[in-house]
Design a protein around this ligand. Structure first.
Ligand SMILES: NC(=O)c1ccc[n+]([C@@H]2O[C@H](COP(=O)([O-])OP(=O)(O)OC[C@H]3O[C@@H](n4cnc5c(N)ncnc54)[C@H](O)[C@@H]3O)[C@@H](O)[C@H]2O)c1
Ligand SMILES: O=C(O)[C@H](O)[C@H](O)COP(=O)(O)O
Length: 384
């Protein structure tokens, strides 16, 4: 079996080495010639998988080690008899932790002593949005969900959904839809001039979905107006050639790494390994957990003198602080225009190891029940 794979897929050899001969190539520049003699193609989100790439090749199985699938022409694959598999939910928790860290910074910078007083509107309540809602709910936040496709499908009233207008009236509006270009609920440029004009300076807009869900020119114009909202962007139109002027105008800018916890990336590889093993009728015995190294930070300790929100902020930011990614990105984007695209990709390729909250044990001595509940809700392991 010949496997052509994006060189940035973690643990390629560990997961797929005994299934076939692996040829790692650059995902961004992968060409039809690269895949012509492959039986299996493994990608991440930066490779356009379509007729132009695969027609005439031997490829029979395509796996993307990512949640998003907008880079894959699934209709064409199906019509060509090529099996396709993605990794739904693999890095959902990583994105949730990114958003929680951003909200904690926002609350602090706005002088909101109790972050759970912020109302959060989640647009797109699937794996990421659903998990975020669950955690925020446990943390005591008032959360509303806007998900018209789910609202249409689920008519049992067990979950309440609100209109986009209501979600957009919240203190924090966070986007978790896929990028879709067709259909009644297409999300391409869903946030254009009119919708962005409803946001005000007291609000925070976070986009970790896909850059194209927001119309760049409309956001640029909105950010030049008085009373503009705070904006955090992890995803951009036209990655890796992002709009540098937009980056300068947003509060926090990161290079599409919200899902880049080590756990999230390794789970993406594991899920495609499992799908490929099923496709080939092979046993799938390897698990992501067996490949995760010991975390650099594995314990934090708080005493009865610790204040709840301060301690939560310390723990959250010890694991993940988006301001570090923001600083790295602004430095890289200060390069001459023609060097920025490769620099954006390098930030992603050489991303430092980031571990999820669950890799840290929190020792709490003599602290309140409420503080223990907060740490549990965030996903930390407790040692009482
Ligand atoms: N920044 C990152 O690193 C990163 C990481 C993971 C995922 N993502 C992106 O986040 C997206 C969401 O991930 P997920 O795992 O939650 O996907 P998902 O498919 O589980 O959920 C998406 C939800 O959005 C809803 N939706 C679709 N169109 C909508 C619309 N017009 N308005 C409101 N809701 C709509 C769907 O009904 C679904 O419930 C992915 O498609 C991917 O593009 C980004
Ligand atoms: O869709 C996803 O899973 C995420 O956007 C993912 O983190 C993208 O990472 P990439 O495939 O570009 O490395």
């Amino acid at each position: 079996m010949r496997i052509v794979a994006d060189e940035n897929i973690p643990l390629l050899d560990s997961f797929f080495g005994d299934i076939g001969d692996i040829r790692p190539v650059s995902g961004r520049t992968m060409s039809a010639a690269d895949v012509q003699n492959a039986d299996i193609l493994l990608v991440r989100s930066v490779t356009r998988v379509n007729r132009a790439l695969l027609e005439g090749s031997r490829v029979r199985f395509v796996g993307t080690c990512t949640i998003g699938t907008d880079h894959v022409d699934q209709k064409w694959l199906e019509s060509s008899g090529i099996t396709f598999s993605a990794a739904p939910g693999c890095n959902a928790n990583s994105v949730v932790e990114y958003v929680l860290s951003v909200i904690s910074l926002h609350a602090e910078r706005r002088g909101v002593a109790d972050w759970s007083k912020l109302r959060v509107g989640i647009v797109g309540a699937g794996n990421v949005g659903g998990e975020l809602a669950h955690k925020l709910d446990r943390l005591g936040f008032d959360v509303v969900l806007c998900d018209p496709p789910r609202a249409e499908r689920e008519d049992d009233d067990s979950q309440e959904f609100v209109s986009l207008e209501e979600a957009m009236a919240c203190d924090v509006v966070t986007l978790h839809t896929p990028l879709t270009r067709e259909g009644d609920h297409a999300t391409l440029h869903m946030f254009g001039r009119e919708r962005l004009s409803s946001l005000t300076e007291n609000q925070l807009l976070i986009n970790t979905s896909r850059g194209e869900v927001i119309e760049t020119s409309a956001l640029l114009a909105r950010l030049d107006e008085p009373n503009a909202p705070s904006v955090v962007l992890d995803v951009w139109e036209n990655e890796p050639r992002i709009h540098a002027e937009l980056m300068e105008k947003v509060w926090l800018a990161t290079p599409h790494i919200a899902g880049y916890s080590l756990e999230g990336k390794v789970q993406g590889s594991e899920m495609v390994y499992q799908a490929l093993s099923r496709y080939m009728g092979l046993p799938a015995r390897k698990k992501a957990g067996q490949f995760l190294p010991e975390p650099a930070l594995n314990k934090l300790s708080f005493t009865s003198a610790a204040e709840e929100m301060d301690s939560a902020n310390i723990a959250i930011r010890s694991c993940y602080d988006p301001r570090r990614d923001d600083a790295r990105m602004r430095l890289a984007m200060a390069l001459p225009a023609e060097e920025r695209g490769p620099a954006f990709d390098r930030l992603r390729r050489d991303y430092p190891v980031r571990r999820e909250f669950s890799s840290v044990k929190i020792q709490l001595k003599g602290t309140s029940k409420s503080m223990q509940d907060t740490f549990r809700a965030l996903g930390f392991k407790l040692k009482l």
